[in-house]
Design a protein. Structure first.
Length: 256
């Protein structure tokens, strides 16, 4: 399975940017001097952080060389680190540790979230946004297709790659160290250009957990087309060819 595809991910850049913008708007920090964007991808959310705090020292971290290459093209003046979030060992604390749509790929949240909060300087914040829609029709359709006998168990457990717990879990994981914790959820009702646009959306993110287990492009194409047929049942196009694609997201801000 190839690296993340920046072009495919950026196809829905406006929709993907909105949750990051909403999260940033709720962070109660006046003048943070050192910020890091964990799972920064192509740097879209990093740009939003810079727009809010233009005098801060900016760092972006991601495990994808292709995504970071795009980020560096746009902002060579910022610091970019190629590293997984699991293996990140900061030398100093940050005023803001930020992560938009990345931590659901990282396991062991009972250990991860307290560790990330420990990387926050006193008076700073940990701010996180994660998808919270793993029971949506799109995810259920992918699970259904993955259960087809033709895959012979190859895709068993692929749906379990994402790691998101209940909101109360994160409150309990953070409350003993944090001075305050703010957790909420939002459902974004996205208008998409038919079921194939839904396929393109999940191909760029959630479907990767399935596709990377299949050995060749032919089988990946078959999997995608089977999913598309299932999507068409749940996301029925209207007379303008549009479908509504509700997307639920969780937001967490913990202050030191």
């Amino acid at each position: 399975m190839p690296d993340w595809d920046p072009k495919l991910y950026l196809k829905f850049s406006d929709q993907r940017a909105r949750p990051a913008s909403d999260l940033i708007a709720q962070i109660r920090l006046d003048k943070p001097m050192r910020l890091i964007d964990l799972g920064c991808g192509t740097g879209n959310s990093t740009e939003q952080l810079h727009a809010r705090w233009p005098k801060a020292q900016i760092t972006g971290l991601d495990s994808s060389a292709a995504m970071l290459a795009r980020a560096k093209q746009n902002h060579a003046e910022w610091k970019w680190i190629e590293c997984s979030i699991e293996n990140w060992l900061p030398e100093n604390c940050y005023d803001l540790v930020f992560s938009n749509a990345a931590l659901h790929w990282v396991p062991d949240h009972s250990l991860l979230f307290p560790r990330l909060l420990e990387s926050v300087a006193p008076g700073g914040a940990l701010a996180v946004q994660m998808p919270y829609n793993f029971h949506s029709p799109a995810h259920l359709a992918m699970k259904k297709v993955a259960a087809d006998p033709r895959w012979s168990g190859t895709l068993e457990g692929a749906s379990e790659r994402a790691h998101v717990e209940a909101m109360s879990f994160y409150y309990d994981a953070l409350r003993k160290t944090a001075t305050a914790v703010n957790i909420w959820e939002t459902v974004y009702l996205q208008t998409m250009d038919g079921p194939r646009a839904v396929l393109d959306w999940v191909r760029g993110t959630a479907m990767r957990g399935y596709l990377e287990r299949l050995p060749d492009d032919e089988l990946r194409n078959v999997f995608e087309e089977m999913c598309l047929r299932e999507f068409a049942k749940s996301y029925v196009a209207d007379d303008q060819g549009k479908v509504l694609f509700p997307y639920r997201r969780m937001f967490i801000i913990a202050y030191r």
